[in-house]
Design a protein around this ligand. Structure first.
Ligand code: 13P
Ligand code: SF4
Length: 310
């Protein structure tokens, strides 16, 4: 079998030859992050996909992200190297459930986190990511908001924008929602001077003790706000540590679950390896498509989100 280095070279040559751009999320395995043209959070990846000039986008992330890339840049071929890479949070709400919720809350603007299917986005007024959720909610003329599907992000946004009345759906990300303040406390006991950085998909008890709450990419900049700190406890999926260590080689990063060997781990984000990226380019698989009527609705909600100033 080819070595990781050989696969890396082969993938880079294939991407050039086949006019492809490789996008990767911050939670991907380090070797996939290393072979990508661009690594970022959900908002950055959506914007990169929207402006991609290449004819093919290889999306190393999860299905809803590849779907958004296709919706935002429909003339391009979008490939997801492993079709099984889903997202439990996106699966927590269907179009039918959202229709029921909308009927229960008339007059509410529907704000949907991008961790959702294109069908659900198409039924929403606007999308948001963890990087822009508060700005999106603030930008709306309506005071009453129905926020789907992540209850933790929704609750955090409601606290940031107290002038709005926010009803929150009951979904969550199991990777973040299992973390408790007591576990972060244990990690902190070993590093009393550490700064805690949490993703807003974490529960309220975790977010309340965090020094910084932000999207995955914003964590890279958050480190700069604490120049005296040597150690950072990171309350999100452990894949981000690769980016953090590259950007800040002199700092120490500890994943927050305080339990050796069971770091916060998203199985879906780890379903793509270098062989799959190579095969995606060689065989043109797996192409992600969205029916035109669904795509039109999802595009409206995504483009409206991208237009919101942060
Ligand atoms: P970011 O947009 O902050 O990268 O988060 C994506 C995600 O899936 C978090 O679980
Ligand atoms: Fe979905 Fe959670 Fe994985 Fe993010 S970490 S992709 S929200 S299951």
């Amino acid at each position: 079998p080819a070595s990781a280095r050989e696969l890396h070279e082969e993938i880079r040559a294939l991407a050039r030859a086949r006019d492809a751009v490789i996008l990767a999320h911050n939670y991907q395995v380090p070797e996939v992050q290393a072979v990508a043209d661009f690594v970022g959070d959900s908002l950055q990846l959506a914007v990169e996909a929207q402006k991609a000039a290449q004819s093919t986008i290889v999306f190393c992330g999860v299905h809803f992200m590849a779907e958004s890339a296709k919706v935002l840049n429909p003339k391009k071929r979008v490939l997801l190297p492993n079709l099984s890479a889903g997202c439990s949070l996106a699966d927590s709400i269907t179009a039918e459930t959202l229709e029921d919720w909308k009927a229960r809350y008339p007059g509410h603007a529907v704000v949907t986190y991008v961790n959702s299917t294109a069908e659900v986005k198409a039924l929403s007024d606007i999308c948001c990511t963890s990087a822009n959720a508060a700005s999106v909610v603030r930008s709306l003329p309506q005071r009453k908001i129905l926020f789907t599907p992540d209850k933790n992000l929704g609750r955090w946004v409601a606290a940031q924008v107290p002038e709005k009345e926010v009803v929150v759906y009951d979904g969550c990300c199991p990777v973040h929602d299992v973390l408790r303040a007591s576990s972060v406390g244990k990690a902190r006991a070993g590093h009393p001077d550490a700064v805690v950085i949490a993703h807003p998909e974490c529960r309220q008890d975790v977010v309340e003790l965090a020094d910084e709450v932000c999207s995955t990419t914003a964590m890279l900049a958050a480190v700069a706000r604490h120049p005296a700190a040597k150690t950072f406890i990171v309350a999100t999926e452990h894949g981000i540590v690769h980016q953090l260590r590259q950007r800040w080689p002199d700092k120490e990063f500890v994943v927050a679950d305080g339990c050796l060997g069971c770091r916060m781990h998203c199985p879906y984000m780890k379903m793509i390896d270098l062989v799959m990226v190579r095969d995606a380019l060689v065989r043109g698989r797996h192409e992600v498509d969205v029916p035109p009527d669904v795509a039109a609705g999802a595009r409206r909600a995504l483009e409206r989100m991208i237009a919101v100033p942060r």
